[in-house]
Write a protein that binds this ligand. Structure first.
Ligand SMILES: [Zn+2]
Length: 363
């Protein structure tokens, strides 16, 4: 976020910023430092006379904050919600403004080389909201896609998920919305044969600097019901197709604090429906380190189960490489979801000590 916008945000949050200090240089990260707004709650002296709350100034990119005194840190666009939590104030409008300011900043950033040939005419003079709207619609709905038809998706499914098509790069595009339903970019799946996937033509390619650290693939709007969480685009498509409209795709299996806090904030049970392979198992329950110990620090199930109910949707046989996207009927999906088991802190191994996403528990 540029300095002007940062100051505007600080004003709206009643954080004094007449006196600031700067560190860093134009070439590297530039910091602007003010008194920590969390000081009344997090500092021993209740004040921060010697300003220690730094904010990164980034003209074409997202900013972060960090207090060198109390250690609180995060994305600048998340500051309103966090501060509002301490002050008992509703800053959701300010948060939306901040997210939009950061989003348009990242949109105006020079696009990386791969996107140079982008057929989208971007009109930077339009207001950000109309601009965003226009971007979604600059690709046609993928109604003609034989690929999607082959994957079992009907017209209604395509419209419901708003799947678009990029003729130029031959990709089906899933629009990604954040939790305020702001469009944040596309994740595009190549429909070319897997033999043609290369580093230059990857299977999945994101558009407009999609920030997967803090985004799930989800349907636009609020939906109720069981929240299935899978890994990839077609896992998600399968969930939605068979009526689980509240579902998410992780978009890569990395666990981030942002994603964890989204799920915790929503306070709904999650039903993890991972791919039936080692990667899926490790994402949920962790890695076996070289001493044979289970390392669970970054495992989804362990990170979440004390905060919200975590259900694991099991497979019949262990590690067969199946994924939810290969499920072909609603009955089958329903049956698997019904047999989900509640995770209570014990990672599943079979009798031989092999990790498993099946129902079999430790012998
Ligand atoms: Zn502080």
């Amino acid at each position: 976020m540029d300095e002007k916008s940062i100051r505007h945000l600080l004003t709206r949050l009643s954080i004094p910023h007449q006196k600031v200090t700067y560190t860093g240089s134009k070439q590297r990260t530039r910091w602007m430092t003010v008194s920590c707004p969390f000081a009344p709650w997090t500092h021993a002296k209740k004040t921060d006379a010697n300003p220690s709350f730094g904010i990164t100034i980034k003209d074409g990119d997202r900013s972060a904050y960090k207090c060198l005194s109390c250690g609180l840190k995060g994305r600048l666009s998340g500051l309103p919600t966090r501060l509002g939590g301490y002050r008992k104030a509703d800053y959701s409008k300010i948060r939306k403004w901040a997210e939009m300011a950061e989003f348009s900043a990242s949109m105006n950033r020079p696009l990386p080389k791969w996107e140079d040939a982008d057929p989208v005419a971007i009109d930077h003079n339009e207001s950000s909201e109309r601009h965003v709207e226009g971007t979604v619609h600059s690709f046609p709905l993928a109604l003609e896609s034989r690929y999607l038809r082959k994957r079992g998706l009907s017209y209604i499914d395509i419209v419901r998920m708003n799947i678009r098509y990029d003729h130029y790069r031959q990709r089906v595009l899933f629009p990604v919305y954040d939790n305020s339903d702001v469009f944040r970019g596309f994740t595009g799946r190549s429909i070319l044969n897997r033999k043609t996937w290369t580093k230059e033509i990857p299977k999945v390619k994101d558009y407009y600097g999609l920030n997967k650290r803090e985004l799930f693939l989800k349907l636009l709007g609020k939906h109720d019901g069981i929240k299935l969480v899978g890994e990839g685009l077609f896992d998600f498509a399968t969930f939605v197709r068979f009526g689980y409209l509240n579902s998410r795709a992780i978009l890569g299996t990395a666990l981030t604090d942002e994603k964890i806090s989204i799920l915790v904030d929503e306070a709904e049970p999650v039903y993890f429906f991972m791919d039936n392979d080692l990667a899926g198992w490790q994402a949920l329950f962790g890695n076996i380190d070289k001493d044979g110990e289970l390392e669970t620090l970054n495992a989804w199930a362990f990170r979440l189960y004390r905060e919200i109910p975590v259900w694991i949707v099991p497979y019949k046989t262990r590690l067969t490489g199946e994924d939810p996207g290969s499920i072909s009927s609603k009955e089958e999906l329903d049956r698997m979801v019904r047999s989900a088991w509640l995770f209570t802190g014990e990672a599943p191994f079979d009798r031989a000590g092999v990790p498993t996403l099946t129902r079999r528990r430790r012998a």
